[in-house]
Design a protein around this ligand. Structure first.
Ligand code: GAR
Length: 193
């Protein structure tokens, strides 16, 4: 549980690599009157990430770091996080793996959303694999990040039925609409004003 001090909203950073639809839903959530969070920082490893436009639209500070040199990128990210007094990091379609040291220094403060019913289908191409294994359900999971890929403690999960004729694309699109509701719910579960 992350508690705010003096009834102020808990400051969050959101890390993205692409479209940023989860970022957009988190920004909308943060703008609600009773939301426990404010989004102060958007971090990306990709200067072409479409989601960066939400930084401009909502006037949230954006930073792009080149992950070719992970150690140097993470050093700069830590500097921004400390400067902005960030208490929670939300990974939202961030496709780089954070170093063990980075994760250790923000233990219990990094959340991720993953498009599967973890512990099933860690890693990439989750929907393709669920469909080809004839699963009845796919879904999404919000979990704490630990040093093993997609393996930290689960906060919330939503099952989404796989329907006949689903492709990875149609399923991903449907699951994404549930991700947009699940992430704010999971944050509300672990952050209190
Ligand atoms: C989402 O489906 C998210 O769960 C997934 O990437 C997509 C990002 O979409 N994350 C992962 O696969 C992480 N392993 P968005 O950029 O529109 O939020």
């Amino acid at each position: 549980m992350v508690q705010s001090t003096g009834n102020k909203k808990v400051k969050c950073a959101v890390f993205i690599s692409g479209t940023g639809s989860n970022l957009k839903s988190l920004i909308k959530f943060s703008k609600k009157k009773n939301s426990p969070i404010s989004i102060e920082l958007i971090i990306s490893d990709n200067s072409k990430a479409n989601g960066l436009k939400f930084g401009k639209i909502f006037k949230i500070s954006n930073h792009v770091f080149n992950y070719k040199n992970k150690i140097s990128a993470e050093k700069k990210i830590i500097y921004e996080i400390k400067k902005n007094k960030i208490k929670i990091i939300c990974l939202a379609g961030f496709m780089k793996i954070l170093s063990k040291d980075f994760i250790k220094s923000f233990k219990g403060k990094i959340l991720n959303i993953h498009p599967s019913l973890l512990p099933k289908y860690k890693g990439l191409n989750t929907h393709e694999r669920a469909i080809s294994n004839n699963e009845k359900y796919s879904g999404c999971t919000v979990h704490f990040v630990n040093s093993k890929l997609d393996s930290g403690k689960i906060i919330l999960q939503k099952k989404v039925r796989i329907i006949k004729g689903d492709t990875a694309k149609s399923l991903a699109k449907r699951v994404l609409t549930h991700e947009h509701k699940l992430y704010p719910k999971a944050i509300s579960k672990i952050v209190s004003l």
